[in-house]
Design a protein around this ligand. Structure first.
Ligand code: FE2
Length: 309
């Protein structure tokens, strides 16, 4: 069971959905799941339909560090043994235990296939452009709050499903969502310089101008929720829209599924469109006359005190 400590000063993005309810109304449940995801919710999917051999997966660990923090299932299942770093990775994880490696490889392949099948059947309207699955076997965190972003500038929707495959909980902290961040930190991060920029430039600027600073301060410097995902727990989260950090965790499988945004139930919810709207709103609110001004023919409006900035 996921344990959640909510901050009253951060909007609550968390939604619990129970896969057992899917049987009563598959089409309705699936549509609600897609809608919640497109709204940017962090969805905890209880009783998710995945079989996980936790004992087997927990026999494998990789050394801490960024180099092999995230490994594709292709590398684990069909390793390029001609590359020394891949040979080293497998030797660090399995030594000479070939039986363990073969069982592990089968489990990685099976769970990855389950995640791809789940996405294709439950998110049926989506046109998937890439169905990547990656694994983590390194002790991680605390890594600091951030928003994710793509290296390229493609306007893509991104479906991310996470499964904690560790015997211990995986702890995330979650702070404000991307649009809130843009509006709060528009001036501090000088986002007015990036009026027509793609979302990845905005996310990168927020990470450098806001989170690098916040992460160097005590944790109380930014309000956040604390969420402990139990062993075997499944959650879905658009990690560009939800600022997050891995506070602690070890083993995880995650999807990197790219989706044509035209196939979303509501393409206006895609990240690029949200960022564009937020930048326009932020610019307009800064250019607006002071809120205490007297509208033509109207009465004096009370000044609104804002703690933003
Ligand atoms: Fe991240």
């Amino acid at each position: 069971m996921t344990n959640i400590e909510l901050s009253p000063r951060v909007a609550d993005p968390l939604v619990r959905m129970d896969w057992h309810d899917e049987g009563d109304d598959p089409a309705g449940f699936r549509a609600a799941l897609i809608r919640n995801y497109e709204l940017g919710k962090v969805i905890i999917l209880e009783n998710a339909p995945f079989q996980i051999d936790l004992d087997l997966l927990n026999k494998v660990s990789l050394p801490r560090g960024r180099r092999f923090q995230k490994v594709s299932d292709k590398i684990l299942c069909t390793p390029r043994l001609y590359r020394a770093e891949v040979r080293r990775l497998l030797y660090d994880a399995f030594g000479t235990n070939l039986v363990l490696y073969l069982a592990f490889r089968q489990e990685v392949h099976r769970l990855g296939a389950s995640l791809r099948d789940f996405a294709r059947t439950v998110f049926r309207p989506y046109r998937f452009l890439k169905l990547g699955v990656s694994w983590r076997f390194t002790v991680t965190g605390p890594e600091g709050l951030h928003v994710d972003y793509f290296r390229n500038e493609e306007d893509l929707h991104y479906l991310r499903i996470f499964v904690n495959v560790d015997h211990e909980s995986r702890v995330w902290t979650l702070s404000h969502q991307l649009e809130e961040l843009i509006e709060r930190y528009y001036d501090q991060a000088r986002l007015f310089e990036l009026a027509e920029a793609p979302s990845n430039a905005i996310c990168s600027r927020l990470n450098k101008a806001v989170f690098d600073h916040v992460n160097a301060l005590p944790r109380s410097a930014m309000d956040r929720h604390v969420v402990s995902f139990a062993p075997g727990e499944v959650w879905l989260c658009e990690t560009r829209l939800n600022s997050h950090e891995i506070y602690s965790g070890h083993r995880l499988v995650a999807t990197d599924f790219y989706v044509d945004p035209a196939s979303m139930l509501d393409p206006s919810q895609r990240v690029e469109a949200r960022v564009k709207r937020s930048l326009e709103r932020s610019r307009a609110s800064r250019n607006a006359p002071p809120r205490s001004h007297v509208p033509p023919g109207g009465k004096q409006m009370p000044a609104i005190v804002s703690d933003r900035g």
